[in-house]
Design a protein around this ligand. Structure first.
Ligand SMILES: Cc1cc2nc3c(=O)[nH]c(=O)nc-3n(C[C@H](O)[C@H](O)[C@H](O)COP(=O)(O)OP(=O)(O)OC[C@H]3O[C@@H](n4cnc5c(N)ncnc54)[C@H](O)[C@@H]3O)c2cc1C
Length: 445
C-alpha cells in the first residue's frame, strides 16, 4: 500500500491487539443499519500506522507450548457484542476447527491466539500501513475549527521518507515499553530484554551458561525454553523475591477486569487508586501461572534427584553486570536486603525479564503534552474511556489512550485482552458519534 497522507477521521498509532480491536469495533459499528452514512464511513477511512512489518502478536515470545492468560471469550468482539464477526468462536468456525477445539482442554496456545489476531487484522476495514513509525503528534495550527486538529508525523521505513496525516482524533495504542534497569545497560548483543528473546537467543552460539533476571511469567517460560534448547547449559535464575510466586487467580479479585470497575477505580483520588491497584497487581504482574510454576519446580527438583543441577536459583538477590569480555559477561550478585556479597558468575548471555513500563506520557505525544490536564501523580487526566482532558477547561481532546492508561483506569485497562473489546467499542462509539466534521481520507504515493 502507498503511504497514507492528507486527512483522515481518525489515526490509530499501533496495530497490535489494541489497534486491531479498534478496527474490529469500528467495522462492526459500520454495519449497524441505524448509523448515519458518515458514521459508517469512519471504519473504512480510519488509518492504522504500525512500525512492525506485519500484524504479529508478541512475535519474540512465540515459544512452543506457551498458552494465553485470559479466557478465550475475552476476544476482539464477544465482550462488547456477541454478534460480532470477529469473535474467537467465529474464527474457529471459519478455520473448521470448532469441534477439535472443544475437545481439547486448557487455555488456547499462544500460537493459535497469534493466528486469530492475524485473522482479524486482515478482515477489518481501514487503511493499514506497516513499517510506519510514528514520531510525533503536533497540534495543527492551520486548522481553525472549534475542535483541535492534529498532525501525525511518521516515517515510512521502506522508503525512509517522512509523511504526515491531519486528523481530529488520535488513538494511541502503542503498548508498553521494555524496562531495562540501569545495572544492565550495556551495548552487547549477548545482553537483551525478553522483548527480543527469539531473535536474540537464536543469534548466539549455543551458550554454556545463561542468566535470566526476573521472576514473572516471561522469565518462567524462557527458563523452561532454555532448559529444552540447551539441556547441558547452566541456567541462573536471579530473582529479587523469595522465588517464583503464583498469579492471584482468585475468582473474586478477577472483577478488576470487568467493565464497570473502570469508572469506580477512576473516581478515586490518586493515592487511593495506588492502594487499590497494589491489591490487584498480583493478578497480572510479578508472578507465573500454575503450569509454569509446576514445570519449573519439577525441573529444579529433578536436578536435585540426579545430583546434577543445571537450574541455579538466586533468591532475594540483586545483580549487576560488572564486566563484559569476549569470554564472559560477569555478574555480581548480592543479598537484596543486606547488600552482602553472594556470588560472582560468568555467563554467555543475560536475558532481562525485567518487565515493561506504561509511559507517563506516550513518547509520540511529547510535543503537545504541556496542554494536558494532569493529576497529583503527574498522570494525564482521562475520561472513563481514556480520552485525555485539556488543561484549559478540561474539555475533550480527541486523543484516546488505548491500553496505556492503566494507572488512571485500573489494572483491567492494562495492555491486556480482558477489557480490550469493550474499550475498543467505547472509543469507536465516541469517534463515530462525536459531532466533529468528517474529513476525507486519501491515500497518496
Ligand atoms: C509474552 C507475552 C504474553 C502475553 N500474553 C497475554 C495474554 O495471554 N493475555 C493478555 O490479556 N495479555 C497478554 N499479554 C499482555 C499484552 O501486552 C497484550 O496481550 C497485548 O499485546 C496488548 O496489546 P497492545 O496493542 O495494547 O500492545 P502491543 O501488543 O504492545 O502492541 C502495540 C503495537 O504498537 C506498535 N507501536 C508502538 N510504537 C509505535 C510507533 N511509534 N509507531 C507505530 N507503531 C508503534 C508496536 O509495534 C506494536 O505492534 C502478554 C504480553 C507478553 C509480553
Amino acid at each position: 500500500m502507498t503511504a497514507p497522507e492528507g486527512t483522515a477521521p481518525v489515526v490509530c498509532i499501533g496495530y497490535g491487539p489494541a489497534g486491531i480491536g479498534l478496527a474490529a469495533a469500528l467495522t462492526d459499528l459500520s454495519y449497524q443499519p441505524h448509523r448515519e452514512p458518515h458514521e459508517g464511513g469512519v471504519a473504512g477511512q480510519a488509518v492504522y500506522l504500525e512500525r512492525q512489518a506485519e500484524a504479529a502478536w508478541q512475535p519474540e515470545l512465540m515459544i512452543a507450548g506457551t498458552d494465553i492468560q485470559h479466557h478465550y471469550l475475552r476476544d476482539f468482539g464477544t465482550p462488547r457484542d456477541p454478534h460480532t464477526r470477529f469473535g474467537f468462536v467465529n474464527y474457529l468456525h471459519a478455520k473448521n476447527r470448532f469441534y477439535e477445539f472443544t475437545a481439547r482442554s486448557g487455555y488456547p496456545e499462544r500460537v493459535e491466539w497469534d493466528d486469530y489476531c492475524r485473522w482479524v487484522a486482515e478482515r477489518v476495514d481501514g487503511l493499514r500501513h506497516f513499517g510506519a513509525t510514528v514520531r510525533a503528534v503536533h497540534r495543527d495550527t492551520a486548522a481553525n475549527g472549534a475542535r483541535p486538529a492534529y498532525r501525525v508525523e511518521y516515517r515510512d521505513e521502506a522508503t525512509r521518507r517522512d509523511h504526515s496525516i491531519v486528523t481530529p482524533a488520535v488513538v494511541v495504542a502503542t503498548g508498553y515499553a521494555p524496562h531495562i534497569p540501569a545495572e544492565f545497560e550495556v551495548d552487547d548483543r549477548r545482553v537483551f530484554h525478553s522483548d527480543r528473546y527469539l531473535s536474540g537467543i537464536t543469534a548466539l552460539e549455543p551458550p554454556r551458561s545463561i542468566a535470566v533476571v526476573g521472576a514473572a511469567q516471561t522469565a518462567g517460560e524462557i527458563i523452561l525454553d532454555l532448559r529444552q534448547r540447551f539441556p547441558d547449559a547452566a541456567v541462573h535464575s536471579i530473582v529479587r523475591n523469595n522465588g517464583f510466586s503464583m498469579y492471584d487467580l482468585g475468582h473474586f479479585v478477577n472483577r478488576a477486569y470487568w467493565p464497570h470497575e473502570r469508572a469506580a477505580f477512576a473516581a478515586y483520588p490518586a493515592e487511593i487508586r495506588a492502594e487499590v491497584y497494589a491489591g490487584q497487581a498480583r493478578t497480572n504482574y510479578a508472578a507465573v501461572d500454575p503450569d509454569v510454576s509446576t514445570a519449573l519446580y519439577n525441573d529444579w527438583y529433578r536436578g536435585r534427584v540426579l545430583g546434577a543441577q543445571r537450574l541455579h536459583l538466586h533468591i532475594r538477590s540483586a545483580s549487576r553486570i560488572i564486566e563484559t569480555s569476549p569470554a564472559a559477561i560477569t555478574l555480581d550478585i548480592t543479598d537484596r536486603y543486606t547488600g552482602g556479597h553472594r556470588d560472582r558468575i560468568g555467563v554467555d548471555a543475560v536475558i532481562l525479564c525485567t518487565g515493561y513500563v506504561q509511559p507517563r506520557i506516550p513518547e509520540v505525544l511529547a510535543p503537545i503534552a504541556a496542554g494536558f490536564a494532569v493529576d497529583s501523580d503527574g498522570e494525564p487526566v482521562v475520561d472513563p474511556i481514556g480520552q485525555i482532558r485539556y488543561l484549559d477547561g478540561g474539555h475533550e481532546s480527541g486523543i484516546y489512550l488505548h491500553g496505556v492508561a492503566e494507572r488512571q483506569l485500573g489494572i483491567g485497562s492494562a495492555a491486556s485482552f480482558s477489557l480490550l473489546a469493550v474499550r475498543s467499542g467505547d472509543i469507536a462509539e465516541s469517534l463515530v458519534t462525536a459531532t466533529r466534521p468528517l474529513p476525507t481520507a486519501t491515500a497518496s504515493a
